[in-house]
Design a protein around this ligand. Structure first.
Ligand SMILES: [Mn+2]
Length: 290
């Protein structure tokens, strides 16, 4: 996006932060190259105004920088989770909103831990094919299948103010009951097929009305593999590009304190479709902040 690369956070509103870690992956690895792919594809983006707005893009009113990548070690997941939290704490304490490029979905947990130190228990909007709500194994809790279960257990997110949109597929079916039991609202892809996006947007609006600090996580696998093939655990029958853009636009007015986009794995991509969509969704998210 041609934004300046710096770690100087003076006067900065939003820091784009790469987290090239994918050792929490359960199926196809490769999201460690996500930040590189998204940054690369973002080169084609030019500022454009939000629908019905005068200002040409988010950079008119927001100071956004590229913070570079968090140092990770693919061999040591515990150390990497701690390192991500430490780096993110530095950003959060500086009063800067983190917008993180994954990496697999493991990275959301240490980001939430860093944010919770400042904001306490948060609301959550998660666009995802999977609940990522498996019970963590004792002593080996971290993977991309467990972040939101742990986040609820640790009180980082309030499940009654949490919505997951786009849930589908054989891996998700056994978890839907458990998600519902703790109070998370799951909007499945089947519901969207029947009712369109209205139910999802209403659920997001309810969180908006609460006005509490909200974390937004966008797993690119919420999108159908026809539009976003470059990901680790693809599930057919997902959102279209237009639908996911509409959902991101519906975030305007939420009290967002952090955002991530995860699971972009360029090695499985076709013609950079997935990376371009991810870069565009980051841009669309920044537009909602104005
Ligand atoms: Mn996920």
């Amino acid at each position: 996006m041609r934004i300046p690369a710096t770690r100087d956070l003076t006067g900065v509103d939003v820091a784009i932060i790469g987290i090239p870690f994918d050792s929490g992956t359960t199926y196809r690895p490769g999201a460690r190259f996500g930040p590189r792919g998204i940054r690369n594809a973002s080169g084609i983006l030019r500022p454009y105004p939000a629908e019905g707005e005068e200002a040409w893009g988010p950079f008119v009113n927001l100071t956004v920088v590229d913070y570079g990548d968090v140092e990770v070690d693919q061999h040591y997941i515990d150390e990497t989770v701690a390192q991500i939290q430490a780096e993110l704490s530095r950003v959060v304490e500086a009063g800067v909103m983190p917008v993180c490029l994954g990496g697999d979905h493991t990275i959301s947990l240490p980001i939430l831990r860093a944010l919770a130190q400042k904001y306490g228990s948060m609301a959550l909007v998660d666009l995802d094919a999977h609940p990522d709500f498996r019970e963590p194994k004792p002593g080996r809790p971290y993977s991309h299948a467990t972040p939101f279960r742990i986040a609820v257990q640790e009180g980082l997110i309030d499940p009654r103010s949490a919505v997951q949109v786009g849930i589908r597929g054989p891996l998700s079916a056994p978890l839907l009951d458990q998600v519902g039991e703790v109070g998370v609202t799951a909007i499945t892809a089947d519901e969207i097929t029947r009712q369109g996006l209205d139910g999802a947007i209403r659920a997001i609006d309810r969180i908006k009305a609460e006005g509490r600090p909200t974390y937004v996580s966008l797993d690119i696998d919420c999108v159908d593999p026809a539009f976003a093939p470059g990901t680790g655990v693809p599930e057919v029958g997902g959102l279209t590009s237009r639908e996911v853009i509409a959902l991101v636009r519906s975030l305007r007015g939420l009290s967002v304190v952090g955002f991530d986009i995860v699971e972009v794995a360029p090695a499985y991509d076709v013609a950079e479709l997935t990376s371009l969509l991810a870069a565009t969704l980051v841009y669309e998210f920044l537009l909602t902040l104005r």
